[in-house]
Design a protein around this ligand. Sequence first.
Ligand SMILES: [Zn+2]
Ligand SMILES: [Zn+2]
Length: 796
Amino acid sequence: MMEPKIKDNRWSKELEKPIYESWKTQKTYLFKKDQRPVYSIDTPPPYVNAPVHIGQVTTYNLMDMFARYKRMLGFNVLFPLGLDRNGLPIEMAAEKEFKVKLTAVPREKALEYCNKILEKACLESVDSFLRCGISFNSWNIGNGLGEIYETDSEDYRAMTQETFIELWNKGLIYEDSRINNFCPGCQTTLADSEVDYEEKNTKFNDIIFKCKETGEDLIIGTTRPELVCTCGMVIFHPNDERYKHLNGKTAISPIFEKEIQLKAHTLADPQKGTGLVMMCSAGDLSDIRFFREMNLTPAIAIEKDGTMNEHAGFLKGLKVRIAREKMIEELKNKNLLVKQQDVTHRTPICERSKDEIEFISMPEYYVRQTNFLDNLTDYAHKLKFYDSKSRQILIDWINSVSIDWPISRRRFYATEVPLWYCKNCEHVIIPPKGKYYRPWKEKPPIEECPKCQGKEFRGDERVFDTWFDSSNTPLYILKWNRDNDFFKKNSPCTLRPQGKEIVRTWLYYTLLKNHLLNETCIFRDVWVNYHILDAKGKKMSKSKGNIIDPQDILNKYGAESLRLWIAIEGNLEKTDFMCSYERIEGAGKTLTKLWNVSRFISMFECVQEKPEVLLPLDKWILHELNHIVQLSKERYDRYDFHNSTIKIKNFIWETLASHYLELVKSRAYNGESKFSEPEQKSALYTLHRVLQRVLRLLAPIIPMFTYKVFSDMYDLDIHLLSFPKMQDEYKNEFSTQELIDLNSVIWKVKKDNGKSLRDPLKKLMLPEKFKSIESDLKVTHNVEEISYGEKIEVDL
Ligand SMILES: [Zn+2]
Ligand SMILES: [Zn+2]
């Protein structure tokens, strides 16, 4: 018996650690500039304040499959990891951990709390990525090409400020006080893209306005009676016969008794409520748009802290909710409330803190975007989306953008707005690019105001919206303004992989910012990933207790079972991805099978050169695999690992292990010298060639498993090899199914008669087409006499 070159009896997760550790310490995947074309991946930087979750682990593993596949095609793959350390999530974590309100402590102190949170975070949060064997360029934090970057590093923040300075110099940034989304919880202005909606239970109140001219009652339904004080107009639909006569007349508001214009406007829905609508300056987004359109002066009745102000009269000082109750009380007392109805109302809430959004006017900086929506729509059509359905999410968002992008925030742990103001004449001082500035604690880079020669300045205390930072990632990894040759040569960035839920933010703002800076489309491909659900198809959440911890899976099954499962499950045409331990365990069985097959083949001498004679049975399996190679190439090119992995898996189980190995075994051993040397050589060549090709197809998917088999058997690093090419086209006289059926019939007859599979067969009649593999069939099934006829006949 020959000794297998693979010593380990079975594949186990313990074999993974030395492999991924060596990739880390030996910097195997470090990015070095060379002659090869660059394939760049703008990896989403995960937030560092929580360990990565199963959804991230799934999608980063898919990204790694893309990266490894592209390397095998000869690309120099730029695949850096970034860590997102800016913004509200960090501040919220600090507030929770230290039980403080950061808005209530000095700024230095607030930053200290954030830094304490960040100290603990760092690389531990991405440990799952390392254990999965993900081939990031580097596991070191730094500013170099492909190194791990942090969005709060001086270098990154300096670039964020550079983008601001450049946009400022191009006249694309302006300051304005306008009504905006405001989160009372986070105490900051929010962009529309940061607002979510939730159906909330509330009351629809029919309240009575009067018509000044006719004295009639005007009944108006509203969920927010506390905003009557800000009502700027009462509208009805132009075709609404009930109210046509009111056009141009005056309404008197209840309790406040203010005079308000009555007007026909298509925004009113005759089917909703009474058909009369009070338009308030801070009711919701459509109200805000309406005020802008109608040129009405908004009256703001809600303060930053969520209490009513002097505009609200007797409601002044009350929180919005209490004010609403009090107003209803008062309307009841004055018989101005006709009825109340329970309804669910689509309520805008803060995406992060879930507080109800209010609308407040504050001076903020805006980036012009409404003038460029046509360019962005062009990009949306030009980009290659995988799956193409995702394109529509972007287009829908672009179509909904109606105001410019507010980028300044009244928070702390983020990149500072790099501006100073002359205390004497308010002249704005904008510093030169190339440095990280903190105007709230630093002096401006000039001594005196160029306008009035004043010597005192005030630094801006605001910071940027986190998307103003995150929209730089492709610029940062491609060294914009750092290595402009490299940037020019390698722009656009090849791939942006990301989640569906941040198309309207991360993808949109990145495209916008690069358009404003460079007037190009910054990506070629966009891959949008799935939602990860539990085994029953339910969303995972802490409250439901159905969260699957990736570390758990790694401890139980190892990374390679997980990765194979991800490839099998990851069907881009479906939208969701169901995670179950059983299926991950099931993927492990395929690894065991492939290990056994490899170990078996590793007993035989490897014939690397293609021999002069190839037997028809060998040609058949090579041809069969060739089709899978072709399919895999086509699919992998479209970021689809699902369809081909299923084919490869079936090939391993159904074709290779169950049939080819059974049929070729005897010829490969050739113990009794029944075969000639060239016949045996053909078997040995084919066994190794098939195995090598299968492993190379799977190398992007199960990198550690394939690495281990390849180095044990051939002393080669499989990840330095190229992706298999279409070759081995042979014409077969029988189909794979016909051969499988033939074997099955013979085995069944033996089994049904209580014989073992090796027991001899007296006579076997076969269709002519199997003549070419007669010798292999004869030995495998131990047949004394083979004859040819119409159908299969087995004679014991
Ligand atoms: Zn909030
Ligand atoms: Zn001045």
